[in-house]
Design a protein. Structure first.
Lengths: 322, 326
C-alpha cells in the first residue's frame, strides 16, 4: 500500500497503525473549497475587486468627479476606454471608484450582521426561556416588516430630517458626517439596522441546540462561567454556518445600496455609485447604451462572485447540504 | 445678484419661467429637485449672463432656509401629536389623506389609479417565474449531475445574481434597440408588458428553479415513488402524478409571498420602463417630498406582504395534510 506524504505507518508487533495528521475543520473546508472551481473564481474576482477599490487612485486613469463638458457622451475609445458620461466623466474610472462604495457597503452590512446578530442570537439562544422570548419577539417584529421598505423609510427620514437642522446640533453633526462620506453614512446606518436580524435568528437557533450538547455540560461541570461557555465553547461552533449566511447576504446589501442610489435616496453626486450611474446612464440609453450597461455588468459580476463564493463556502463547510 | 438655491425636491421650475422671473427680479430663491437640476441651472445662468441676457448671478446653496420655510407651513396646522393621531385614525379607516404635490387628488385616488398597474405587472412576473422556473428545476432534478443539470443550475445562479437594474437595460438594449422587436417603454399593449415582466420575473424564476430542484430531488428518493415504479407505473406517470404533486408543495407556498415581493419590488422595473404603477409614483413622491403618498404606499405594501404570509401559514396544512398545528 502506498502512503501519501502526510501519512505515517507504524508497526508495533502484529498491529499496523496508520496515522495521518489531524486536520482541523477549517483546513478541511479550505481543501474542499479549493476543488470547487466556481468558488475559486468567485474568490479571485472578489480579491481583484478589493485591489481595485484600495488602489483606485493609482489604477483609474481619471478622478471620478473630473470631467470636461466637451467630451460629454464620448464613445468608448482611446481616450476613454469605456466612454464618458453626460458630464464628460470617464466611465471606467467611475466604475473603479464605484467598487469602493459597493464593497464598503458589503463589508459594513456583513460586519454589523455578524457582530450584532451573532452576539444577540448567542445570548438569546444560550439563556433561553424568558430572555429568549423577549429578545426574539423584538426580532420577529422587525423581521415581519419588509427590509427594503424599512430601509427606504429610514432613508427618507434621514435625508429630510438632517437636511434642515443647523450645524452644532446632533442632527447637524450627523449630516456633516454623511456629507463627508458622500451620502454613504446613512446607507451604512440603514443597512446596519436591518442586517443583523436574519443573522440573530440563525445564531439563536444554533445556540439553542448547542447548549444541550454534552460538551457544554462538561464545560459547566468543570466550573466555567456562562460567559466563558458562550465565548469559548458555543461561539466557535456556530461561527461556520454564520459565515456562510453572511457571505450569501452580501449581494443583498450591495443591491440595497445600488437600489437606493438608483431611486435617488442613496449617495450624493458626484460620488460614483453603480446604481446611480445606471440610473443616469439609462436616461440616454437610446443613443449611448454603454453608459447604463457597463456599470450594470460590474454590479452583476460582483454579485455573482459573492454568490459563487457563498455557495462554495456552504458546500465546503457543510457537505451534507449539497 | 445672488440667488439662493435649495436642493430639496420642492419641484422643478421651468427654464423659461425662471429666466423670465430673473429678468424681472421676482425670484430671489429657487428650490430644485436634485443636484443635476442645480447644475443645469448653473449652466443656464452662466450662459445667459455671458450672452448679456442677465446681470452676473451667483448661486448660493441654501437648502436649510428653503426646507425651514416648508416645515413652517406644515407646523402652522395642528400640533404634531394631533396630526399623527389624526393620521393613524384616518389610516385605520382607509383614508390616507391628501397629497402634498397634487392638489386635486388624495392619496387614495393615487393608489387606486396606480396600484392596478403594479398588480398586473406583478401577476405577469409571477407567471413568468412559474413558467420558466418550475420546468427548469424539474428537468435539472430528473437529469441530476448531467450537463443539462449544470447548465440549468448555472442559469439559475445567473438569474439570482443579476439585479433587475442590470437586466432591464440589457434586455432593452438587445430586444428594443438592436433587434427592434419590442417597444422600449410605457404600458398598455401586450408587447410592452413582455420586457418588464421578464425583467421582474427572471430573478424569481431562478429562485423557483432552485427550490423545485431541491424538493424534487428529495421526493424522488421516497419509498412511495419506488413502490409506484415497482408496480409498473410508467416513468412519465411517476414523475407527473406521484413526484411532482408532492414536490410542488414547498413551491406553491412561496408563490404568495413571491407575488407580494414582486409587486413591491417593481420600483426599479417601473422606473426603467416608465410604467405608471405605484412604484414609479412612489419614487416620484420621494423626490417631491410628498410624505403622505410615501407613507400610504408603504403601508399598502407592508399590508400586502403580511397578508401574503398569513395566507401561506393558513393554507399550509390544507395543501399538505402532513403538517398540523397542534
Amino acid at each position: 500500500m502506498e502512503l501519501k506524504s502526510n501519512e505515517k505507518k507504524e508497526i508495533i508487533g502484529d498491529a499496523v497503525i496508520l496515522e495521518r495528521p489531524e486536520v482541523s475543520l477549517w483546513k478541511d473546508a479550505f481543501r474542499r473549497m479549493c476543488k470547487n472551481k466556481m468558488a475559486i473564481l468567485g474568490a479571485i474576482i472578489i480579491i481583484t475587486l478589493f485591489v481595485l477599490a484600495i488602489f483606485a487612485p493609482y489604477i483609474a486613469p481619471y478622478h471620478y468627479a473630473e470631467g470636461s463638458l466637451k467630451d460629454n457622451y464620448a464613445k468608448p475609445g482611446d481616450k476613454y476606454l469605456l466612454g464618458a458620461d453626460f458630464m464628460g466623466r470617464d466611465v471606467l474610472s467611475r466604475i473603479i471608484y464605484g467598487t469602493r462604495i459597493s464593497l464598503s457597503v458589503g463589508i459594513i452590512g456583513a460586519s454589523t450582521a455578524f457582530i450584532l446578530g451573532v452576539l444577540y442570537g448567542l445570548i438569546s439562544g444560550y439563556y433561553g426561556g424568558k430572555i429568549d422570548n423577549i429578545m426574539m419577539r423584538i426580532v420577529d417584529i422587525m423581521y415581519g416588516f419588509p427590509t427594503l421598505l424599512l430601509i427606504i423609510l429610514m432613508m427618507v427620514l434621514f435625508k429630510s430630517t438632517f437636511a434642515v437642522t443647523t450645524p452644532g446640533t446632533i442632527a447637524g453633526t450627523l449630516s456633516a458626517i454623511d456629507n463627508a462620506f458622500g451620502g454613504l453614512f446613512f446607507i451604512f446606518i440603514g443597512i446596519g439596522v436591518t442586517a443583523w436580524i436574519g443573522m440573530a435568528r440563525i445564531a439563536r437557533g444554533m445556540a439553542l441546540s448547542l447548549r444541550e450538547k454534552e460538551f457544554v455540560e462538561a464545560a459547566r461541570a468543570t466550573g466555567n462561567s456562562n460567559f466563558q461557555i458562550m465565548i469559548k465553547h458555543i461561539l466557535p461552533n456556530l461561527i461556520g454556518p454564520c459565515i456562510v449566511a453572511v457571505t450569501l447576504q452580501i449581494p443583498r446589501y450591495i443591491t440595497f445600496e445600488a437600489f437606493l442610489s438608483f431611486i435617488g435616496l442613496g449617495v450624493n453626486p458626484p460620488t460614483p455609485s453603480w446604481g446611480m450611474m445606471i440610473s443616469e446612464g439609462y436616461k440616454a440609453i437610446r443613443s449611448y447604451p454603454h453608459l447604463a450597461l457597463y456599470p450594470g455588468i460590474a454590479l452583476a459580476i460582483t454579485m455573482m462572485a459573492f454568490n459563487f463564493l457563498g455557495d462554495g463556502l456552504r458546500d465546503a463547510l457543510d457537505p451534507r447540504m449539497k | 445678484m445672488t440667488i439662493k438655491v435649495g436642493i430639496n425636491g420642492f419641484g422643478r421650475i421651468g427654464r423659461n419661467v425662471f429666466r423670465a422671473g430673473l429678468k424681472d427680479k421676482e425670484i430671489d430663491f429657487v428650490a430644485v429637485n436634485d443636484i443635476t437640476d442645480a447644475k443645469t441651472l448653473a449652466h443656464l445662468l452662466k450662459y445667459d449672463s455671458v450672452h448679456g441676457k442677465l446681470p452676473e448671478v451667483k448661486l448660493e446653496d441654501d437648502t436649510i432656509l428653503i426646507e425651514e420655510r416648508r416645515l413652517k407651513v406644515l407646523s402652522e396646522r395642528d400640533p404634531l401629536w394631533k396630526q399623527y393621531t389624526d393620521y393613524l385614525w384616518n389610516a385605520l379607516h382607509g383614508d390616507f389623506g391628501p397629497s402634498y404635490s397634487s392638489r386635486s387628488r388624495t392619496v387614495n385616488d393615487i393608489i387606486s389609479t396606480h396600484f392596478p398597474v403594479s398588480a398586473q405587472l406583478g401577476v405577469l412576473a409571477v407567471i413568468v417565474a412559474m413558467v420558466v422556473g418550475i420546468p427548469l428545476g424539474m428537468i435539472s432534478a430528473l437529469k441530476q449531475n448531467t450537463f443539462i443539470d449544470y447548465f440549468c443550475m448555472f442559469f439559475a445562479l445567473l438569474g439570482v445574481s443579476v439585479p433587475s437594474m442590470t437586466l432591464g437595460p440589457v434586455l432593452v438594449w438587445i430586444f428594443a434597440l438592436k433587434l427592434h422587436i419590442l417597444p422600449v417603454a410605457r404600458w398598455g399593449t401586450w408587447q410592452q408588458a413582455i420586457l418588464p415582466a421578464f425583467t421582474l420575473g427572471i430573478g424569481s424564476a431562478a429562485l423557483l428553479a432552485r427550490l423545485t430542484r431541491a424538493s424534487m430531488l428529495q421526493v424522488i428518493r421516497e419509498d412511495y415513488i419506488r413502490t409506484a415504479r415497482a408496480k409498473g407505473v410508467s416513468e412519465e406517470k411517476v414523475t407527473v402524478h406521484h413526484a411532482l404533486k408532492n414536490a410542488l408543495i414547498p413551491v406553491v407556498t412561496v408563490i404568495g409571498p413571491l407575488f407580494a415581493a414582486l409587486v413591491t419590488g417593481s420600483l426599479i422595473v417601473e422606473q426603467i420602463f416608465a410604467i405608471p404603477g405605484c412604484g414609479k409614483y412612489f419614487i416620484t413622491s420621494i423626490t417631491n417630498r410628498d410624505y403622505p403618498v410615501v407613507l400610504g404606499i408603504m403601508l399598502l405594501y407592508a399590508l400586502l406582504i403580511i397578508i401574503a404570509n398569513l395566507i401561506v401559514d393558513l393554507t399550509y396544512s390544507w395543501i399538505d395534510p402532513r403538517i398540523r398545528y397542534s
